[in-house]
Design a protein around this ligand. Structure first.
Ligand code: TXA
Ligand code: MG
Length: 326
């Protein structure tokens, strides 16, 4: 018999509570416009170490450091290229992360021992207020166990990290739904290391020389480049829904489609990302839909890609990684 009630991490909207836990070196779940983060004082290596422990994430994978204003980038990064300043003017706060040569104040643990640091201004009012009330920046990966689907609500964080974080700041559902786009300068080129909430098209409107270099590797520089990532427990197959329905018709099937619903006797659950065919709406729905399907007793999840434009690129990237063998 269990005598003690299980400890539930409290979910709330109290910035002061979140701030005092963070000042004491504890972990707090924070809302952002992309996905929820698992935050710690980025300047405190003991606090940051807990992020890796709680996520089960290898320490060679660097973390993103969150600040409340792009003007703070120069505190943590060496000289900012003009292109980065221009992009920051357009996209901060927002789902764009800048990889820059780091200053020594950033602990090696945050950058995976490397000499660059990833900086971002998250576009969420609660987290911006929280950051303003602190005198340190926040290191925060997505608040999911390593390799699993990213959380887009406070409840998702609680479901998976209950008792392992001190507090979860509830800012409602994440409005973008996929992680930030990660960029760095190489010569005159802006290199995209991870496709995300800022589309390639909108980057090119501000700075045309954009090169996309998202490789899928099992030993990458950065976790977002891991071949298998964002993965549900139930195996996921990517392709044309009607073909996959025929191929797996002897199994219990969960369907993740872009705009259409499908009829087939093998279907036991179904999620449509955007009936209007809107890529931004699809991104907002992606991870929650994937989680719901993963909680069914389906044998297999079948999914289709979106057109490769706008946030469709980021969605397809996450689906490909979710489908990779793991
Ligand atoms: O939207 C987001 O970016 C969310 C929210 C919480 O801010 N955070 C997030 O963190 O997705 P995480 O740890 O799951 O992914 C970190 C990504 C890696 O995939 C990698 O591409 C990049 O940030 N990264 C971090 N530091 C880097 C560095 N020094 N060099 C290259 N890439 C880096
Ligand atoms: Mg992540």
């Amino acid at each position: 018999m269990c005598i003690f009630a299980p400890v539930k991490t409290e979910i709330g909207q109290d910035i002061q509570t979140a701030a005092s836990f963070l000042r004491n070196g504890a972990l707090v779940g924070i809302p952002t416009e992309t996905v929820y983060g698992l935050a710690a004082n980025a300047l405190n290596p003991d606090a940051v170490l807990q992020i890796f422990q709680v996520k089960g994430r290898p320490t060679f994978n660097p973390l993103i450091v969150h600040v409340h204003d792009a003007a703070q980038f120069s505190l943590y990064a060496e000289e900012l290229p003009d292109v980065i300043k221009l992009l920051a003017q357009h996209f901060c706060p927002g789902p764009l992360t800048f990889v820059l040569p780091k200053k020594s104040v950033i602990p090696d643990l945050v950058t995976g021992g490397g000499n660059t640091v990833a900086l971002r201004v998250p576009g969420h009012p609660l987290t911006l207020q929280l950051l303003k009330s602190l005198d340190f920046p926040l290191a925060a990966p997505s608040a999911n166990p390593f390799g699993y689907i990213s959380p887009v609500t406070a409840l998702h964080v609680q479901e998976q990290l209950d008792g392992k974080v001190a507090y979860i700041l509830d800012g409602g559902p994440s409005m973008i739904g996929v992680e930030s786009t990660v960029v760095m300068m190489r010569g005159e080129s802006l290199v995209v290391l991870r496709v995300g909430g800022v589309s390639i098209e909108s980057l090119r409107e501000v700075y045309p020389n954009v090169v996309v270099e998202i490789n899928q590797s099992s030993n990458p520089k950065s976790p977002g480049q891991l071949k298998s990532h964002y993965a549900p427990r139930i195996p996921l197959k990517l392709g044309t829904i009607s073909e996959l329905l025929n191929r797996y018709s002897h199994q219990k099937i969960a369907v993740l489609s872009f705009r259409e619903t499908f009829n087939h006797s093998a279907i036991i659950a179904q999620e449509v990302l955007s009936r209007e065919g809107d890529d931004a709406e699809a991104a907002r729905n992606l991870f929650a839909a994937l989680r719901r399907l993963d909680q069914t007793n389906a044998d297999i999840i079948i999914a289709e890609k979106l057109p490769e434009k706008g946030l469709g690129m980021a969605i397809n990237d996450r689906l490909e990684r979710a489908a990779a063998d793991h």
